[in-house]
Design a protein around this ligand. Structure first.
Ligand SMILES: [Zn+2]
Length: 602
């Protein structure tokens, strides 16, 4: 293709209607995956492997700070400004437990090019080295406006994570994750634990950027109807060509399997007037294989559906019938090196933990003997196949999801970016396997006989938040008492300076650096081409539309409601809502749910 790149592999992936290629930029070592197709909603993403070593939130703080101005775009907040004059269909950045990704999407060519430029300049040449205030603003800083004030912490990520740590569901998810993989980067909190964030120094923060934000550690994706050669040439000339390949140690290690399940009880804060009875979370989680097994991965999404999500699903139903909890949730967490499967009971009590575990075990054991109802399995398989084919992510571009799915294998095996885009064959295999005892064997192996598991109980405690705040306040009071008058003046001065920096408007030159779309960049024509055909079946009029739908037929039946009296009209919506969710002459409501999902998209 182009001299600056080595082509590693090339293939057609019919599942996502794309020509896929994997390349390496020879000089910098950057890996680039291309998905070329006719989708106008183009996506660009650059991601880095960013495994944290502690819970100071350094990966998360870097994500925030690189977006606070760069070499070519020295504004304080280029993305807020950019968003005002952009036609982007997606513009965001996300920190995960082992990676940080920067995706953008747009249907407009000029806009897309501008967004790529601003993002690449941000990640490779951020102003964080020139201006420590960016770190202090986004990460953490001491705050004190006058000498008589108490010393406090402030910072965008610091405050964000205080919020995140107050939701019990989040506390539970983090606890499960950290306890299943204690010896790996997954054992710490990539977003940052508010108690640890203030331990991060400016130098450590810069070191993290220096180490991981290099093309040799990056993963670039381009998706859509694009001139790929032109984009590759520009990437090389504008950014990648300036870097030489370096070794970057960012590999995510496997957790050594446990010899037996770990059992942890933790507390979470509730308000004084919130109940502590019937407010405990009971959970059991199992590590299931690794990222490389796409068949196993989909199998467990289907098992979650069959065992826990569907109405009347056996594990959920048994737990609800026992009366030990009011709600049951299943979760299959993929997108990490080693995925895991969780069963969570809400509104329960700690004393029922053994019953909770016993009911799960009994129900699963019975299922391995009696067999999972086939209808439920086919329904689960079809449910996921339909969603994969339809790729309808509401207002989000589907290319964004394809690109994010690629990281699920690519991050751990750089030669395999496309594994999770090839699901249709997986569904075909699973339909065959559903005829055997394949799923029952999976339950036996991964849920009943799997020692790499964690039982995490989350118990409510009144006053816990106040205790934590008091601990922080004590620590800060001690810190203040240890400061010399000069050090105190310094903090007061820094507080003022940060405020001044935040309040000062960007200079006109900085504002001018940002690309804005011109009217001529925007096409005057819309391009939705519908050609409706009208036909009749008996008395009924059918409007027929040919459209690219990936093998899915859409049928909408409309009933004339002219005869419904005015006072009953409000109930039509209610009727529409309950039909399909209640039993019928032929099926119970659980059976009907499977019938619907086994042959339609629901
Ligand atoms: Zn954030």
């Amino acid at each position: 293709m182009l001299d600056a790149y080595e082509l590693i592999s090339q293939e057609r992936i019919e599942d996502v209607h794309s020509d896929a290629s994997l390349l390496v930029h020879k000089k910098s070592g950057a890996r680039i995956a291309l998905l070329s197709n006719d989708d106008k909603n183009k996506v660009f993403t650059i991601g880095f492997r960013t495994p944290p070593k502690n819970s100071t939130g350094v990966a998360h703080i870097i994500e925030h700070t690189v977006l606070c101005g760069s070499r070519k775009f020295p504004l304080k907040d280029p993305f807020v400004e950019l968003a005002k004059g952009s036609l982007n269909t997606f513009l965001n950045a996300m920190t995960y437990p082992d990676k940080t990704v920067y995706p953008v999407a747009s249907c407009n060519d000029t806009d897309f090019q501008n967004l790529m430029d601003v993002y690449l300049d941000a990640v490779f040449y951020p102003n964080i080295y020139r201006n420590e205030k960016i770190f202090r603003q986004e990460g953490w800083h001491y705050q004190m406006e006058k000498e008589s004030d108490p010393l406090t912490y402030n910072g965008v990520v610091y405050n964000e994570m205080k919020g995140a740590f107050s939701s019990p569901e989040e506390v539970l998810n983090r606890a499960v994750f950290n306890h299943l993989f204690p010896d790996t980067p997954y054992g710490v909190e990539s977003g940052g634990d508010p108690e640890e964030i203030p331990e991060l120094t400016y130098e450590e923060f810069l070191d993290f950027h220096r180490k991981y934000y290099h093309p040799s550690n990056c993963y670039i994706c381009l998706y859509g109807n694009l001139d790929m050669e032109e984009k590759l040439r520009w990437l090389d000339q504008a950014y990648l060509g300036a870097f030489d390949r370096i070794p970057v140690d960012s590999e995510i290690p496997f957790q050594k399997p446990f010899s037996g399940s770990c059992d942890v009880s933790m507390e979470y804060p509730v308000l004084e007037d919130e109940p502590t009875e019937d407010n405990t979370y009971l959970s059991e989680s199992f590590v299931v294989g690794d990222y490389s097994d796409t068949l196993l991965n989909m199998s467990f999404s289907i098992l979650e559906y069959v065992l826990l999500d569907a109405p009347g699903a056996p594990v959920k139903q048994a737990l609800l019938d026992s009366g030990i909890c009011k709600n049951v949730e299943g979760a299959y967490n993929d997108g990490t090196l080693q995925p895991f499967f969780s069963i969570i009971a809400q509104n329960a009590n700690e004393k029922d933990k053994d019953r909770f575990l016993g009911i799960i075990r009994d129900t699963l054991e019975k299922l391995t003997v009696s067999g999972i109802p086939k209808k439920a399995l086919y329904s689960g398989i079809n449910y996921y196949e339909f969603r994969f084919r339809e790729a309808d992510y509401a207002s989000f571009p589907k290319g964004l999801f394809y690109v994010l799915d690629m990281f699920d294998s690519w991050l751990y095996d750089w030669k395999k970016p496309f594994d999770y885009l090839k699901e249709l064959q997986v569904f075909e295999t699973l339909k065959q396997k559903a005829q055997t005892d394949y799923f029952e064997q999976l339950i036996r192996k991964w849920l009943l006989q799997n020692p790499h598991a964690a039982v995490v109980t989350l118990v409510p405690k009144r006053g816990l938040a106040a205790e934590q705040d008091a601990r922080t306040a004590r620590k800060l009071a001690e810190k203040k008492a240890s400061l010399t008058p000069d050090q105190i003046s310094e903090i007061i001065k820094e507080t003022e300076e940060l405020k001044a920096y935040q309040e000062a408007p960007d200079s006109p030159e900085a504002m001018d650096s940002l690309p804005v779309l011109k009217r001529s960049d925007i096409s005057r024509s819309a391009d939705l081409h519908l050609c409706t055909q009208e036909c009749r079946v008996g008395e009924t009029v059918f409007l027929k539309e040919k459209y690219h739908t990936n093998g899915i037929g859409y049928l909408r039946l409309m009933f004339n409601t002219e005869q419904v009296p005015d006072d009953l009209v409000p109930y039509l919506g209610l009727l529409r809502g309950v039909l399909g969710m209640i039993g019928t002459e032929n099926y119970s409501y659980g059976e009907l749910f499977h019938e619907i999902n086994a042959s339609t998209g629901g």
